[in-house]
Write a protein that binds this ligand. Structure first.
Ligand code: MN
Length: 333
């Protein structure tokens, strides 16, 4: 058994009440990894009280999603262990004003797969083998701990497929390993998911994304082989764009536009943070073999994967944020 697995097992064994969390604005891998962890803990550590907290529920029907306590504010009071999946940093999970997570006095575990070097509070356990997904990371860790005792039921099998397919973009990304495929194959044998239906459902976006897409496209600029887009908070107000519309537009353009303009291979897109007045999010995307974007995001205070990285940044205006980002980006052009 790996040393980290043993430490995790010991931490769980010592605890009575365990809180499971994942990152803000959870994606499918975030939910699947947390739900698999919940099912495993409930079955194999049945004396423990296990609670999942999140501010939103998945928009796909996932096993055990109704066991998630949907809360306005995260609160770790009374828990003696916190396990966070699909994140390596507490700031990715909690909002400083509002959420109450006692990460300095309660043992904290991250089960993550992102390539980010972070300084953690003392005693924090980080399990990260750079797997395809947090989903794979969670299951593989408990396979290591429980061995043959861990049996894959239908529910876990389906969650595994969703998590892996989502985070590898149907096995497209470099993070897909033979282990990801073996795990997927094992899960598919138990209960296959409909990949075509899944892909279709996930490609859909709400109509509110359209005005935001139009605004973003107006801002499109290229420099050498890099493209970028942004939107101002004034425009967001003027056009009465909502958070969901902006977020969907941002991810649509990020994943299906930015890198696909002839002559460009990488770029970034900026979106406003709806919580903090001076807050913004920057997402970088590239293509294998071209510009590595993780170092750029790291230089700006963020992190992520080699070809998909991001960060949160502060700035009074769109122009100020663009300036900050471009100053670093231009060093790499
Ligand atoms: Mn993930």
């Amino acid at each position: 058994m790996r040393a980290e697995s043993k430490k995790l097992h010991n931490l769980i064994s010592k605890s009575k009440k365990i809180l499971l969390l994942t990152h803000r604005g959870p994606d499918l891998d975030a939910f699947c990894s947390m739900l698999i962890l919940f099912r495993i803990l409930r079955k194999h550590y049945s004396k423990k009280e296990v609670v999942m907290q999140a501010k939103q529920l998945p928009n796909t029907n996932l096993h055990n999603m109704h066991d998630i306590s949907q809360v306005q504010q995260l609160n770790s009071t009374g828990f003696d262990l916190i396990i966070i999946t699909d994140a390596g940093d507490i700031d990715m999970c909690m909002e400083k004003n509002g959420d109450h997570i006692e990460y300095e006095s309660t043992p904290l575990v991250f089960i993550d797969h992102h390539k980010t070097e972070l300084i953690q509070p003392n005693g924090t356990l980080v399990i990260n083998n750079l797997a395809s997904s947090a989903t794979e990371e969670v299951y593989t860790t408990f396979k290591d701990i429980l061995g043959k005792k861990l049996s894959m039921d239908k529910e876990i099998a389906e969650l595994i497929q969703f998590g892996i397919v989502f985070d590898t973009e149907r096995f497209l990304y470099e993070n897909t390993t033979s282990n990801s495929m073996r795990l997927f194959a094992e899960a598919k044998d138990i209960s296959p998911i409909d990949l075509e239906e899944f892909t279709y459902k996930y490609a859909k976006f709400p109509i509110e994304a359209t005005p935001a897409i139009i605004e973003y496209l107006k801002s499109l600029k290229t420099e050498k082989d890099m493209a970028y887009m942004s939107i101002s908070k004034e425009k967001v107000k003027e056009l009465n764009l909502n958070r969901q519309g902006i977020n969907e537009a941002q991810s649509y353009l990020r994943d299906r536009y930015l890198r696909f303009i002839q002559g460009t291979h990488w770029g970034f897109i900026i979106r406003p943070d709806f919580e903090l007045e001076d807050g913004w999010y920057v997402s970088f995307r590239s293509i294998k073999g071209y510009q590595e974007v993780a170092p750029i995001a790291e230089e700006l205070g963020g992190g992520g994967h080699t070809y998909a990285a991001g960060l949160r940044i502060e700035g009074k205006t769109e122009a100020e944020v663009l300036e900050k980002v471009l100053t670093v980006v231009r060093k790499y052009l």
